[in-house]
Design a binder for this molecule. Structure first.
Ligand SMILES: [Zn+2]
Length: 590
């Protein structure tokens, strides 16, 4: 039997539901736990029993916070998964927001279906509940970028920036049996807001996404975002309002940045009110603002670039949200979800589609089977909550907002890997797109390329010899670190101001506590002689951080002492991880 195997439990034959199961002797790891979205045949898969008992999965690694990569987590937790969920700090923060929103939506949809009498279940059931989400977020454990992070028993992961959304990473999983690289979703070379993607270490086996594997983004000719600017101008001129469906995470931030620039350049009217109507987007905006302080944004970006809109109003209240459907003046409404698969944007579509003066501007990839794709295809009637409405509004697409790499970008990412892979698995694309991209890899890079089928299982025992990611230690005599809860998961429901910079002090303290907790989890991987000293110092600082009003100077000194002690064992996996983690604290403290 193969020592290491990989099973494709999602994002095979579709762009959603990313789930890759890695089986090792005595260890079972799941990379991503995405929800299926879009076409009904896939969505129904969310309700099927998971192919292996969730309690048999030891840990989960997340590439990023989009729901098609993390949205299935609460179902796994409800059904028995109890291990740690490893991810970057940005992903932990954003995924907590995404999941809480998903939990609310599931409950709401079940309630609407029950009231409207169109559910197939009686009573209508949510896929999972907010209570399930509350059991999930404490399992997040933060891993730094660009450092080999030891998961125990010779297994290490390395997160490399993927430049797709805040916190997004490619994941290199290195084990005594070999290594495998998961691209996650890859951004374009030049993300408008984030630091660019990096190049991960090569692995014999590489999984690469192929959302845009069959096309190239057009070079922006002339003025940026002219499709959107022009649509806004003519809609406002005829007295209509503009609806921009946008993913709450990342896309709303970029749309606001573009609107700010258009307004400053006088390319759209300056007096039009702009509403962000998505509690999730409002919470995510705060995370992006905070990310600036952690060095995750491009050097030329200031937080004001997203929010310098005098007419910007954020809507968190459901009643205000409904009132927006009949605004007094023409206005611009940004609402999620981006492919109109759920969320408040559905109310707006239902109200605005029958109005020929209004305009809907889509800002990204629209999956097969989603309302977004159907509208772009020119449908004339659309069903909402069991009833049809006519589609009379103008429908526009602004393709410049994509944060997915195109075919050439993806090839560049593969070409930069050293050593080159033995086998490339092309995933996360619609069939035509994955096949076209596989053909491109064969002809340009001359590699072995496979487009795996859903539930296909392959062996990951390499033919050749590859140096492991980091010196793989002998299986540690101690048990893997117990899951340590993130002490203060962000509260997604909180009302967050959009225009005023928040007091991020409490967030900083939370982040430092998370870093220290995670570092303590790595103590068992230090040489035994060092464990008591480093553990004592880390617990001491954690005590300081948790005090009523922590003294940051003393915290800084305490962290330095712990860093110094751990640096004495930097050649070991534990020392390396702890030094990597603690190095982030001064950045947080500023
Ligand atoms: Zn994504």
């Amino acid at each position: 039997m193969a020592a290491m195997s990989l099973t494709f439990l999602g994002a095979a034959g579709t762009v959603t539901g990313s789930k890759y199961l890695v089986d090792l002797p005595g260890r079972r790891i799941l990379v991503d736990a995405g929800m299926f979205q879009g076409e009904k045949e896939w969505r129904q898969m969310n309700w099927a029993d998971f192919p292996v008992p969730p309690s048999s999965i030891d840990e989960i690694i997340l590439t990023h916070a989009h729901a098609d990569h993390c949205g299935y987590l609460p179902a796994l937790v409800r059904d028995g998964f109890k291990g740690p969920i490893w991810c970057t700090y940005g992903t932990a923060k954003l995924a907590s927001i995404v999941l809480m929103d998903a939990g609310h939506l599931q409950e709401k949809e079940a309630q609407y279906a029950q009231e409207g009498g169109y559910s197939k279940h009686d009573p209508a059931l949510p896929l999972y509940t907010v209570a399930d989400v509350e059991k999930t977020t404490p399992l997040f454990k933060v891993v730094p970028f660009d450092a080999d992070f030891d998961l125990g028993k010779g297994i290490a992961i390395r997160m490399t920036r993927a430049g797709h959304i805040l916190g997004s990473a490619s994941v290199t999983l290195s084990t005594p049996e070999g290594s495998v690289l998961f691209s996650g979703d890859l951004g374009r070379i030049d993300h408008p807001v984030l630091r660019p993607r990096g190049t991960p270490p090569g692995s014999p086996y590489v999984l690469i996404e192929s959302t845009y594997g069959d096309r190239e983004h057009p070079d922006a000719k002339g003025l940026e975002h002219e499709a959107m600017a022009d649509a806004v101008r003519r809609t406002i001129a005829r007295g209509g309002s503009v609806l921009i469906p946008a993913f709450a995470i990342d896309r709303t931030e970029i749309v606001l940045k573009a609107l700010t620039e258009l307004r400053e350049a006088g390319r759209i009217p300056v007096d039009v009110p702009i509403y962000v109507n998505s509690p999730m987007a409002v919470a995510a905006l705060a995370v992006y603002r905070e990310a600036e302080g952690r060095g995750e944004l491009r050097d030329d970006i200031q937080p004001e670039d997203f929010f310098n809109l005098p007419n910007l109003r954020e809507i968190t209240d459901a009643e205000d949200s409904k009132r927006l459907n009949h605004p007094d003046h023409p206005s611009i409404i940004i609402s999620s979800s981006g492919m109109a698969t759920g969320g408040r944007v559905l109310h707006h579509l239902e109200a605005m589609l029958p109005d020929p003066r209004s305009c809907v501007i889509f800002t990204g990839y629209q999956g097969v089977g989603t309302r977004g794709r159907t509208l772009l295809n020119g449908v004339t009637e659309m069903k909402f909550r069991g009833r049809y409405v006519p589609v009379k509004s103008e429908i526009v697409s602004d393709g410049e907002f994509s944060v997915h790499a195109d075919a050439s970008d993806l090839i560049d990412w593969l070409r930069d890997l050293s050593p080159q892979p033995e086998t490339v698995f092309v995933t996360h694309g619609e069939e035509g797109s994955s096949d076209a991209f596989a053909a491109k890899i064969r002809s340009e890079l001359h590699l072995t390329v496979v487009v795996p089928r859903y539930k296909e299982k392959v062996s990951l025992t390499p033919h050749g010899t590859y140096a492991p990611l980091s010196p793989v230690p002998e299986p540690a005599a101690v048990a893997a670190p117990a899951p340590r809860p993130v002490p203060h998961p962000p509260s997604p429901g909180a009302r967050l101001p959009v225009r005023n910079l928040p007091d991020t002090h409490a967030d900083d303290i939370d982040e430092i506590a998370v870093i220290l907790e995670t570092a303590i989890g790595q103590v068992p991987f230090l040489p035994e002689a060092k464990q008591a000293e480093v553990s004592g110092l880390l617990h001491e600082v954690l005590g300081l951080v948790r005090a009523e009003s922590p003294d940051l100077g003393t915290v800084r000194e305490g962290v330095n002492l712990a860093l110094y002690a751990a640096a004495g064992a930097v050649e070991t996996p534990g020392g390396q991880s702890i030094v990597g983690l603690l190095a982030h604290v001064p950045k947080v403290l500023g």
